[in-house]
Write a protein that binds this ligand. Structure first.
Ligand code: G3P
Ligand code: MG
Length: 250
């Protein structure tokens, strides 16, 4: 049983705003989205920031790295101009800013733990602790739909998240599904497998569902493909095309 939203805006607002910015969350809200995926990486001083790439250059103007820069400096960097001049004031957000915004606007979060190399366990532990502390009241009710789903491609990050806040649900991101996926999933205590829809088959989908796991796909931008994988039993997916695929897509 999948208690989470089915259609999730990828990297904040998909293609409608610079990725992983508050402007993205606003773009999603304007389209009726109350479900978002985004990426969290640690700054040099160990603070979670909402950003995808470990190095600057693509979405963040300048040279250097997230892990080599303090949070306060990251929070003053331009993460919007690459997308359009009107977004030049969009900074790299603090993870806690995203939590506050999403709580206030009742947006469900799929928090992707995105560690820089060498910071896998530290990032997983930090994200899990801060999320658990921020959602303490929701956790008391035991309503799993009320609190975020953490996910990561990093086994070590998920293991650290499990040890830091075992009560938070976790999903294991796998680009392709390895033969021993179920052993890994069991060891990590995840509730869901998050996988690249391009490599998913109807047989694999059936296997994952039959084993009792949630099945979430990234990043599905074609409505026809979305209908196909939903028919295979996929529980949900994230999309960049929030202009094409709405929150109540079926
Ligand atoms: O969480 C799913 C998806 O976001 C994984 O890919 O590179 O967009 O973080 P990426
Ligand atoms: Mg991501």
């Amino acid at each position: 049983m999948w208690p989470y939203p089915k259609i999730v805006a990828h990297r904040g607002g998909g293609t409608l705003a610079p990725e992983n910015t508050v402007a993205g969350l606003r773009a999603g809200l304007a389209r009726g989205f109350h479900a978002v995926e985004f990426d969290v990486m640690l700054s040099r001083d160990g603070i979670g920031m909402v950003v995808h790439d470990p190095e600057f250059g693509r979405t963040v103007a300048g040279q250097g790295s997230v892990a080599g820069t303090d949070a306060v400096d990251l929070s003053n960097m331009d993460a919007g101009s690459w997308f359009g001049a009107e977004f030049r004031d969009e900074p790299i957000p603090f993870y806690t800013q995203f939590i506050d915004f999403c709580k206030a606007q009742r947006i469900w979060m799929n928090v992707e733990i995105k560690p820089a190399d060498g910071f896998e366990a530290a990032t997983g532990a930090w994200v899990a602790k801060v999320t658990r502390d921020s959602y303490a009241a929701e956790l008391v009710t035991g309503d799993s739909a009320g609190y975020p789903l953490l996910s990561s491609f990093s086994y070590d990050a998920l293991a650290a998240a499990r040890d830091s806040a075992p009560e938070l649900p976790r999903g294991y991101l796998l680009d392709t599904i390895p033969a021993d996926w179920q052993q890994q999933a069991q060891a990590l205590g995840v509730v869901a497998i998050h996988t690249n829809h391009k490599h998913l088959t109807t047989e694999l989908a059936a296997q994952i569902k039959a084993a009792g796991y949630g099945l979430f796909c990234y990043t599905v931008n074609d409505p026809e493909r979305a209908r196909e994988i939903l028919a295979w039993g996929v529980d949900g997916f994230c999309t960049d095309r929030i202009d094409l695929i709405g929150p109540s897509f079926a």
